[in-house]
Design a protein. Structure first.
Length: 114
């Protein structure tokens, strides 16, 4: 998990593969693809699930700043242009956002009882 966090989350949001390596964008030779927001929220959930609550909360706070003015998220986000790309709004991104928030809250509450 730490290596995935370091490699794919630079800069946030999370890339589906390391830029410059193999991946879906390599097939079209453009080398450009937005960061899939569902993957970013999944990383938040995974970090919280393994007890890395501070990292999870930090990433979640960054992700909350990139929502649209209405708090909506697209399928992808292009960090260099700060634009949402792909399907907008994307239900899966929102479901993953809710799950990530729940995972952080649950993990913090469970620590209170430990």
């Amino acid at each position: 998990m730490p290596s995935a966090y370091a490699v794919l989350n630079n800069p946030p949001p999370v890339h589906t593969y390391q830029p410059g390596s193999w991946g879906p964008a390599a097939a079209d030779q453009s080398g450009k693809e937005g960061s899939f927001l569902i993957c970013s929220f999944w990383l938040v959930s995974a970090l919280a699930g393994v007890g890395e609550v501070a990292r999870a909360r930090h990433l979640m706070e960054k992700l909350l700043t990139i929502g649209s003015p209405l708090g909506l998220y697209a399928e992808e986000f292009e960090p260099t242009t700060a634009r949402h790309v792909g399907n907008f709004p994307q239900a899966f991104s929102h479901l993953a956002r809710i799950e990530a928030a729940e995972k952080i809250i649950l993990t913090e509450r469970l620590k209170e009882f430990a």
